[in-house]
Write a protein that binds this ligand. Sequence first.
Ligand SMILES: *Cc1c(COP(=O)(O)O)cnc(C)c1O
Ligand code: SF4
Length: 371
Amino acid sequence: MGMSIRLNPYVMSLMDWTRPLTDPIRRQFLPMGSELEVDHPCLTMDSLEEKDFSPAPGLVHRYPDKALFLVTSVCPVYCQYCTRSYAVGANTTLVQKDHVTSPRFWDAAIDYISKTPQIEDVVISGGDVARLKATHLRSLGNALLNIGHIRRLRFATKALAVQPMIFLDDEEWVEALLEIFERGRKLFKHVCLHTHFNHPREITPVVERAMRRLNEACVMVRSQTVLLRGVNDDEKLLIELFRGIGRLHIHPYYVYVCDMVRGTEHFRLPLRRAQELEKEVRGTTAGFNTPLFVVDTPGGKRNIHSDEFYDRELGISGFMAPAVSPGRMFYYFDPLRSLPASGRDEWLSAAGKEKILAGLDNRTSMAVAAE
Ligand SMILES: *Cc1c(COP(=O)(O)O)cnc(C)c1O
Ligand code: SF4
């Protein structure tokens, strides 16, 4: 198991214990026997290559005008499919974490941001900003707002979905948060909250009360969703989810195809399934409440319908990101379980992986030459 376990009574209460094996809430947070499904042969630990683009501890600066600042390695609950399981949560038997994220590391990152004028936009994530002390949240937000070239801040927290009462009860923390939002507004900088809803059952009356408070304070909230097999891989459910959060003025932003993370193979779906779901969802509600379905690659989030090629037998799709990494092809690999027997046998044969990857190199050279 790559992720430690942390749960709270609120999330426990959302689970349906009469059907624990299939319950979509339980499946997200408690390990399952099916996670013994072997990882894809092409899986790497840091699938987004974030460690290669880190100018200061906790900071990832990969795209021209934005940076990702990982300020903590703890969350209110831990998701079994977490993309950052290489750093988030306590060590597990499968993963020794890189703990670079805590307030004593922030100065170097803030210093780098202040000396790098092309950065306009900072995603403050982790981990979860709901786990920061109010004083740390306030000083971090102010330090970033003080940097002249910063135009946008996004605070990432899953708490709205898994611990919404923090927005109603933890006055010290909420006040610090709202203070940063208000100061941002006065400075004509855009500050918003990014959260993470995966299932309509996560939309509860407490979430609505929290959103009423945030809405009154003019806090804009966006949500990201991860497509997970056996949790939300169903068009009716996704439509209900996006319409439901849309009614609470939470804007659905991205739907991620599940990244290739160790020990999460059982959650992944083939790209074609994500493409089908996207087509079913688009058109069912306002366009601005319809998220973009993406594959997250080291070249950034790419629209799942923008594949350069898709070999369904071997389950390999290719994406390009000319503005970020010209000439490079990024691949997504469908889970072996979803392939026809011929494709699966090829992957599992002795020379399988090397031969397939050599074939990909040829194909990429041709695609790049044709550009
Ligand atoms: C996702 C991400 C961002 C933000 O990307 P948007 O597409 O603007 O939401 C920034 N930096 C890194 C490293 C990211 O992974
Ligand atoms: S809340 Fe986000 S960072 Fe934390 S465990 Fe879940 S997916 Fe990972």
